[in-house]
Design a protein around this ligand. Sequence first.
Ligand code: GLU
Length: 383
Amino acid sequence: MKDATKERLKALEKVGRVVIKIGSAVLTSEDGLDLRVVNRLVDQIALIHDRGVDVILVSSGAVAAGCKVLSSCRAKSDLVFKQATSAVGQSRLMHAYDEVFGRYKKITAQILLTRDDLNNRERFINARNTMLQLLRWRVIPIINENDTVAVQELKFGDNDALAALILNLAEADLFINLTSADGVFSDNPLENSQAERIACIRDINAMPIQEMCKGKTKQGSGGMYSKLMAARKAAQIGVPTLILSGKDRFCLEKAFEGEDLGTWIMPCQKVISSRKFWLAYNLEPCGEVVIDQGAARAVFLQGKSLLPAGIVAVKGEFGKGDLVKVIVRGGAEKPAVGLSNYSSSDLALIMGKKSSEIEELLGECLYSEAIHRDNLLSEVLGL
Ligand code: GLU
């Protein structure tokens, strides 16, 4: 057995909590929800659960299941159509899971989320507490986006992105992304017969995901791009990802027995905290601060706090505690994000000034940093 396969088997053997994402392409056929697939997957998931592993499912398929019931798949891209169709399909999807898991004496719980639910820290913590309670009861939470109320601005993008946020919410230690492809390939296997499956990605940050996916980068379009982006986020919080074909009849069973299937993506060596992950990927930045090269070195290379002295411009309107983008003037670095200790109007007054001058300008100096390093993340994906 190759080293990477051994390593992967070791990680699978010691898993305590797994998020399994099941894509629509796996669960549905032209005839809507494919109950044989639901049966097969639940059969294998129940086995994993029996070993004491906590299982959280992120399942798509509501729209496809609804389409079949309504026997009308026209205007599929229309948002209202999708929202209404998913309302019909979601209950069917849950019913199917509930019934099949019930045969194994397993209890399921439906959790529908919008981005809005997770970008409020209090609601995020509430959702986490609920999830942890369900897991303590050995219930299997089944999560989907709340399509019916999620207008475009409130969407996670797709369920790959949602699953990455759930890894953080539920403190999972493994992510299995079941898709219709046999893993990640060096090129598109449909267009290039020489394309080879990549069995293991050791450093996902070194991977030119955008080029590999040939510009198919739009959020919400799904495909391998969003799977790799989700895997990259997982790696950032120390979670390995297995991208596996859910079309393979015994995919999970074989993977847990050590068969070299799909693509294993290793976690990063340097892991960020759950809180930093939350602020970078759950919140939308409200404004921008532009910083000079000196501050850029401190923030991006040395992991230090951002001081008002290093700020050269403040853009947009934001309040104290809001998330802002940190952009380097004339720099090629990707923006960082952080929670500002000051409102945009106060920052505009104290930018370029030493910390000792803040009191004179604002009447008091509550913080010497504009953004504290504990609230600052410089490796944000997708900004
Ligand atoms: N929430 C959608 C559904 O259940 C799927 C979204 C996705 O797969 O990214 O049909």
